[in-house]
Design a protein around this ligand. Structure first.
Ligand SMILES: NC(=O)C1=CN([C@@H]2O[C@H](COP(=O)(O)OP(=O)(O)OC[C@H]3O[C@@H](n4cnc5c(N)ncnc54)[C@H](O)[C@@H]3O)[C@@H](O)[C@H]2O)C=CC1
Ligand SMILES: O=C(O)C1=N[C@H](C(=O)O)C[C@H](O)C1
Length: 265
């Protein structure tokens, strides 16, 4: 049985991860860490009943105490780099769902993990539909290179643009480059700064934050007298859990850094 520790255990995603790990017959829930709800019962917070397992407040100390095989992290873009370093330094494998790491930070963590003989898996999106949205977008971009992304999330999301939209833009730009095809130049003058969104690899990303939304993205391709829109909607955070559980089970057989759920499908 793989022992799993969840960091950010009382959050929207962390509490779902606690439940998913607890319900999987091949995994053992080793504990939960957070900076809020410290000392409260982990099971009560995740809505699965009393577990007599308190939420702990120090990742490093908790790893020393419970000796997990895998740490799952759903915390905050500000905390994730240091969290990942702590986990790797303790020689433990890690599954990261938290967004906000730069490509340089990911590479650094991958090198650290290799040096320590551990495995780190990072995915900005664990939803199967979202992975397919990105993959299909790279195919479309070879024929319709003019593209913009609109991502829509709940108003408590801390970062913008979303990790998924950044990854989508990176993948589309790489596919366009490989196909030797370029988008039309953007001739618009922004009379108000920000009107055309932010740009990642030259691709405009527009971020919407509203109550009522969960996690949604549209990839809009324009052509001559036609357009094609690829849209993905996560309407329940349970949609991410099969991907998280898959990653927990597979991470240990991939030394160093693995980036993106498509590598495990
Ligand atoms: N990869 C994926 O499929 C998905 C990724 N996310 C990402 O996961 C992250 C968390 O999202 P939510 O669960 O919505 O946030 P949340 O705010 O509901 O939960 C984060 C939790 O982490 C705790 N926390 C913050 N800093 C911490 C630290 N240093 N150590 C331990 N605990 C800490 C907070 O107290 C909070 O309870 C975000 O970066 C979000 O973009 C969200 C959904 C899906
Ligand atoms: O914060 C969220 O909610 C989500 N974050 C991830 C992202 O930034 O892409 C994944 C999903 O979009 C939900």
């Amino acid at each position: 049985m793989l022992k799993v520790l969840v960091n950010g255990a009382d959050g929207r995603m962390g509490s779902q991860a606690v439940k998913a790990v607890y319900e999987d017959k091949d995994l053992e829930l080793a504990g939960g860490v957070s900076i809020t709800h410290i000392g409260e019962d982990l099971g009560e917070i995740a809505g699965i009943g009393t577990l007599h397992m308190p939420v702990r407040d120090n990742l490093g100390k908790t790893i020393d105490d419970v000796k997990p095989d895998v740490v799952v992290d759903f915390t905050s873009p500000r905390a994730i780099f240091d969290n990942a370093k702590t986990v790797i330094e303790h020689g433990v494998n890690m599954v990261v769902g938290t967004t906000g790491l730069t490509a340089e930070q990911r590479d650094e963590l991958g090198k650290m993990a290799l040096a320590e003989g551990t495995c780190i898996f990072i995915a900005p999106n664990f939803g199967l539909g979202a992975v397919l949205m990105m993959k299909i977008s790279t195919e479309v971009a070879k024929y319709l290179p003019d593209v913009e992304i609109i991502e829509m999330h709940h108003n408590n999301k801390l970062d913008a643009p979303s990790g998924t939209s950044i990854m989508t833009a990176n993948m589309i730009a790489a596919a366009r480059k490989e196909a030797g095809i370029e988008p039309a130049p953007d001739k618009t003058h922004e009379s108000l700064e920000g009107a055309r969104g932010t740009k990642v690899d030259g691709i405009p990303i527009h971020s919407v934050r509203l109550p009522g939304y969960v996690a949604h993205q549209q990839v809009l391709f324009g052509g001559y007298g036609e357009y094609l829109t690829i849209r993905h909607d996560s309407i329940d955070r349970k949609s991410f859990m099969p991907g998280v559980i898959l990653a927990v089970k597979k991470v240990g057989s991939h030394p160093g850094l693995t980036f993106g759920l498509e590598n495990f499908l």
